[in-house]
Write a protein that binds this ligand. Structure first.
Ligand code: ADP
Ligand code: MG
Length: 241
């Protein structure tokens, strides 16, 4: 995918959370965003998801400008898949219904079409036997995989994931990371905020380090991990590795 971000600035009240952030990338399939807590990673991702409106800045994704009026955002959001830290499944619906409902309501598929697409994907992600369970009957890893399947089912142009494993224990984390790897193998473009440094290194083809509302360093993951330039990244890696 191709991403252009120019002079992106976002404040909440007096607090400047993204400060004149710029990014130009072409031919990227998976972008990982790392950085200390409170640095603005989620805000950046939420803006890219059309869920937050910046005060200033221009964003173009795959040659299409992201317009921030209500109508444009509404249709933009239909075209992307979003997976957050908390699983965001509807608690009163089964795994299957969590996937079919948006396909029917937002994308206008018939129940039959939606069901066929959902059950095929649930099988592929080893969730077939759980499809009639509600979220509270599933493990955290299974819930997060349902959320990923839901995003894939929407046949999004690209996927945004915000620390999708941060609420999971190590075994469930590796389950979810495997599912994300599968997305990549399917050539789905993804932008991922993660604190899993090993994963960022193996899966991302570009890495940005965001701190204090701006990109301090960026490049190929191998480069950044092996040879960090800024004091900020050096100390961040020292803390997390
Ligand atoms: P990160 O994901 O890197 O931890 P965030 O983007 O979540 O950082 O947050 C950056 C800063 O913006 C934090 O100080 C946070 O408190 C603030 N912030 C985020 N969202 C809001 C909001 N909706 N209202 C007010 N402040 C917010
Ligand atoms: Mg965050």
């Amino acid at each position: 995918m191709e991403i252009s971000i120019q002079n992106l600035t976002k404040s909440f009240g007096e607090q400047v959370v993204l400060n004149n952030l710029n990014l130009e990338l072409a031919d990227i399939h998976s972008l990982a965003i790392i950085g200390p807590s409170g640095g603005g990673k989620s805000t950046l991702l939420r803006i890219l998801a059309g869920l937050e409106i910046p005060q200033e800045g221009k964003i173009t994704i795959n040659s299409e400008p992201l317009n921030f009026d209500y109508k444009s955002l509404q249709s933009y959001r239909k075209g992307i898949g979003v997976v957050f830290q908390a699983f965001n499944l509807f608690p009163h619906l089964t795994a299957l219904q969590n996937i079919t409902l948006p396909l029917e309501k937002v994308h206008g598929l018939s129940l039959k079409e939606a069901g066929a697409r959902a059950s095929e994907l649930l099988d592929r992600f080893q969730l077939g036997e759980h499809m009639h369970k509600r979220p509270h009957q599933l493990s955290g890893g299974q819930q997060q995989r349902v959320a990923i399947v839901r995003a894939i089912a929407l046949q999004a142009k690209f996927m945004l994931l915000d620390e999708p494993t941060s609420a999971l224990d190590p075994i469930l984390t590796s389950e979810v990371l495997d599912s994300i790897k599968e997305l990549k193998e399917e050539k789905k473009d993804l932008i991922l905020v993660t604190h899993e440094m090993g994963f960022a290194r193996n899966v991302a083809d570009h890495l940005i380090f965001v701190d204090k509302g701006t990109i301090i360093e960026q490049g190929h993951p191998k480069e950044l991990f092996e040879n960090p330039q800024s004091e900020e990244l050096k100390s961040f890696l020292g803390k997390t590795l």
